[in-house]
Design a protein around this ligand. Structure first.
Ligand SMILES: Nc1ncnc2c1ncn2[C@@H]1O[C@H](COP(=O)(O)OP(=O)(O)OP(=O)(O)O)[C@@H](O)[C@H]1O
Ligand SMILES: [Mg+2]
Length: 261
């Protein structure tokens, strides 16, 4: 769902990309940071294109021509060397294919330099707190050598950890806080869960109103928690042949969840 937080993320990413900064994005677990980054970078299209790009008839998708963005999630054990190889490979592949799209007669034999990725404009590194000192240093080096903007996504507090690396920190254009859903986003999200359960969503009805308040209290607008809670709500309605979501149903659903925040 296109939420306000997603739109704020898009605006942030566009700015980092346009100004070729390093940007830090931080926020609590489960509020949608990864999903926003994936959507911005059209990672579904990336997956099929990356797998099929060597075959005929697999041009670079329109979405990647627009986003010009590479998303990379390091593994817990990714070494600085692997990091360097992966990001250079991804950024150069994308740039290379965009170049081929713009100039079909282009002959890469003479001009293809792996480090030179003029058409890739943004690199997003999700779970960036996994990168230790050398990994972050590697990223700074990559940023200095290329014209590519970089976004680091991590947990709250991660943007402060970056202050321990003064050279990297001094290149950070700005930090963006990804926030939980607020009231204006919550209603359409809840309406979609009600619809999925085959129920009508009418927030003015007293029972529904109390149910919504209970959901807000339990989840504090955390998307992952809402998803898990509503999964249980649906199960409880089914088992008990109920056709209305009430505060009691929500509380019963909550008791089945382990909520760690
Ligand atoms: N805008 C959205 N529309 C639909 N579902 C969403 C949206 N945002 C988040 N979700 C749901 O919430 C779940 C958590 O989102 P996501 O993985 O992006 O969170 P995160 O902030 O990256 O968390 P973490 O810090 O744990 O990695 C997703 O699996 C997705 O199902
Ligand atoms: Mg994530």
């Amino acid at each position: 769902m296109i939420t306000k937080q997603h739109r704020r993320f898009v605006e942030f990413a566009d700015t980092v990309r346009r100004n070729r900064y390093i940007g830090a994005c931080y926020g609590a677990p489960g509020i949608g940071k990864t999903l926003s980054a994936k959507t911005y970078a059209s990672s579904d299209d990336w997956e099929w294109w990356n797998a099929a790009r060597h075959t005929r008839g697999a041009p670079v998708p329109e979405s990647l021509l627009v986003s010009r963005t590479v998303l990379f999630t390091p593994h817990v054990i990714t070494t600085p060397r692997q990091l360097e190889r992966e990001i250079i490979l991804r950024c150069s592949r994308l740039s290379h294919d965009i170049q081929r799209h713009l100039r079909p007669d282009w002959d890469p034999e003479f001009s293809w330099d792996m480090r030179d990725s003029p058409h890739t404009e943004l690199l997003i590194v999700d779970e960036a707190e996994r990168l230790k000192t050398q990994g972050l240093e590697q990223l700074r080096d990559f940023f200095d050598r290329t014209q590519i903007g970089v976004i680091l996504i991590g947990m709250p507090g991660f943007e402060k950890q970056l202050a321990r690396y003064p050279q990297l920190y001094s290149r950070i254009g700005f930090a963006h806080q990804y926030r939980p859903l607020d009231a204006s986003d919550l209603m359409p999200v809840l309406a979609s869960y009600w619809r999925a359960m085959g129920l009508e969503f009418d927030p003015v009805t007293p029972n529904t109103n109390v149910a919504i308040t209970t959901i807000v209290r339990i989840t504090t607008g955390n998307f992952r928690l809402i998803e898990r809670l509503m999964g249980q709500v649906s199960r409880i309605l089914d088992i008990n042949h109920l056709s209305e979501v009430t505060a009691e149903v929500i509380e019963a659903a909550r008791e089945t969840l382990v909520i760690g925040t």
